[in-house]
Design a protein around this ligand. Structure first.
Ligand SMILES: Cc1cc2nc3c(=O)[nH]c(=O)nc-3n(C[C@H](O)[C@H](O)[C@H](O)COP(=O)(O)OP(=O)(O)OC[C@H]3O[C@@H](n4cnc5c(N)ncnc54)[C@H](O)[C@@H]3O)c2cc1C
Length: 365
């Protein structure tokens, strides 16, 4: 079986949904696939009120932002077809992809594709890190906030970035004891407002510490921790044990990039954006002119910036088929203005440096 579409969108998170909505609103014919049974990507797990721009969803819970995007999808269903439980499994040749649903495999031919596949969680090397009871923070959120299952009774969180802090708070809300948050850096990685919330509830945040080993044989019964010096080396004789039945790793994300590699897009390593990303310009176009990128797949950032990047990608993908459009240009101009203000200030330094590197690479290309 095969189907054709003008604009193929892979991923139904905030980036892919925004790209698809904009392209459909402009009049393009769009097919979106997502491998989950519900649209929203990471947003369907986010029960907390979002940080970000007040003009764009700050203070609104992630799940509600997903609901709003789904309403927009419904409003444009004449031009926008959605296939859930469907993965894009490969890009074969220019303008051809394979998609896999529970009951069939199909070929999709397209004129442009926007890839908004999001990110994968990083793991951490330590002894016994394959014991049952060791999860990534995304898996813990999926268990708790999507399926209503507590991952354990006493959990140790590794990583004090925003994800580690927010998931710790959600665990406490679900009645799970958080025995501590372990952080290798000398300072807390995430926003202090999130750190204060869990500290007030009695959770110690151990900066300058790491996990040496998970304890237990059939499952986690505890963890051996130790202190680190200012060069991140273990300080001898500082090991101590904590009891827990679950260890949660919140140690960063990396862009999910396999499809770009299959599409022969040039990849570049930009640590500030989370590692290997497809080289792309300000229009979110990669070095394969049929392929656009948006969201965490273009560099780890936030849902608000994923939405704006998605809007740019959707508008430019549409224009590259149908020619210049004043409406598309306005969408891009507005999104760029918002992106500039979101990335301003010291919290946006890292992203601005990463994006600057991309601009230099693309200029040299
Ligand atoms: C705990 C936590 C708290 C956060 N808090 C905030 C916050 O307060 N404010 C904020 O702005 N951001 C926040 N974020 C970040 C935000 O959730 C992400 O930046 C955003 O979801 C990225 O959007 P995306 O569309 O790029 O990717 P995702 O939301 O990850 O969506 C990608 C989608 O693509 C699907 N997919 C992947 N590969 C394929 C394939 N081959 N075929 C089909 N489908 C595929 C995935 O299953 C997923 O549904 C938080 C993240 C976490 C984990």
């Amino acid at each position: 079986m095969s189907r054709h579409t003008e604009i193929f969108v892979v991923g139904g998170g905030p980036a892919g949904l925004s790209a698809a909505i904009v392209a459909a609103e402009l009049g393009g014919k769009v097919l979106l696939v997502d491998d989950n049974s519900k649209l929203g990507g990471q947003l369907i797990k986010q029960t907390h009120r979002f940080f970000g721009s007040s003009a764009r969803d700050a203070g609104i819970r992630g799940i509600s932002i997903a609901d709003k995007l789904c309403e927009d999808v419904q409003a444009h269903k004449k031009n926008l077809q959605v296939l859930l439980d469907t993965s894009a499994v490969g890009f074969y040749g220019d303008g051809e992809a394979g998609i896999l649903s529970p009951d069939r495999y199909e070929k999709v031919t397209y004129e442009r594709v926007v890839v908004g596949t999001g990110a994968v969680e990083n793991s951490l090397n330590f002894e016994n890190n394959d014991l049952p009871g060791i999860y990534g923070a995304g898996a813990v959120q999926t268990l708790m906030n999507v399926h209503g299952i507590r991952p354990g009774q006493k959990i140790l969180m590794i990583g004090s970035g925003n994800i580690g802090l927010i998931v710790s708070y959600q665990l406490l809300q679900a009645g799970v004891q958080v025995v501590g948050v372990v952080e290798a850096m000398p300072t807390i990685g995430g926003y202090l407002v999130h750190a204060s919330k869990i500290r007030r509830l009695g959770v110690p945040i151990m900066t300058g510490h790491t996990i040496v080993r998970a304890l237990g044989t059939d499952g986690v019964t505890g963890a051996l921790l130790c202190r680190l010096d200012d060069k991140y080396q273990r300080i001898p004789n500082t090991e101590f044990e904590v009891a827990c039945d679950c260890i949660c790793l919140a140690v960063g994300l990396s862009p999910l990039i396999d499809l770009f590699q299959q599409a022969k897009c040039k990849m570049v390593f930009v640590p500030e954006l989370g590692g290997l990303v497809p080289l792309h310009d300000g229009n979110m176009r990669t070095t394969n002119p049929r392929v656009y990128v948006a969201g965490d797949a273009s560099g780890i950032e936030e849902a608000t910036t994923a939405i704006l990047g998605g809007r740019i990608a959707g508008a430019r993908a549409y224009e590259s088929i149908h020619g210049p459009s004043a409406a598309a240009q306005k969408i891009v101009d507005d999104a760029n203005l918002e992106l500039k203000s979101l990335r301003a200030g010291s919290t946006g330094d890292r992203i601005r440096w990463g994006r600057e590197r991309l601009s230099q690479e693309i200029a040299a290309c």
